[in-house]
Design a protein around this ligand. Sequence first.
Ligand SMILES: Cc1cc2nc3c(=O)[nH]c(=O)nc-3n(C[C@H](O)[C@H](O)[C@H](O)COP(=O)(O)O)c2cc1C
Length: 170
Amino acid sequence: MNVLIVYSSWHGTSDKVAAYMADKLINHKVDLVNLKMHEVSHLRNYDCIILGGSIHFGSIESSVQKFYIKNLDLLLQKDLGLFICCGLDEDKESQFESAFPAQLREHSKVQGYFGGELLTEKMNFVQKLVTAQITKTGKKLSDGIDYKAIDRFLGLLAGEGNQHLIRKPN
Ligand SMILES: Cc1cc2nc3c(=O)[nH]c(=O)nc-3n(C[C@H](O)[C@H](O)[C@H](O)COP(=O)(O)O)c2cc1C
């Protein structure tokens, strides 16, 4: 199966998530595209698309939004997995809902919340101030990347009987 993992990442969490998924998808041809740096070409050639990215200021990155708006019809014809990475564990469901339109969510085979990281060493001054406010909300924060959730997501995406196509969880 030809798989495309297409996502955006500010500070590297979604990059790590995408690389982990690519490593797990044995026996597939997997391409990774970070929309902050590259465009997707030949979307038609893929059987399965994994689309996602991180949440900032309550929204998914605009490059991800532009991608699904432009390619909505084609995405609705593919096996689709959607994911987000976010710092606020408590808000993951509502943020996921606003990240992707209903049509895509309903069509998707599997949906994932993969946790998040606050990588202050990679943030600029304003980002540090914003995340300091986030940590003061008293809301439950994500506890790093949830690799078990990624393993479950990939298992469901492969479907029953196709688990051999996924490298076993560590
Ligand atoms: C400026 C800024 C704003 C953020 N806003 C939110 C937010 O609104 N909701 C949330 O759940 N997480 C928020 N986060 C946390 C990110 O989703 C988290 O750091 C994630 O791991 C980033 O992934 P990335 O490195 O792939 O972009 C924010 C982080 C930063 C730096």
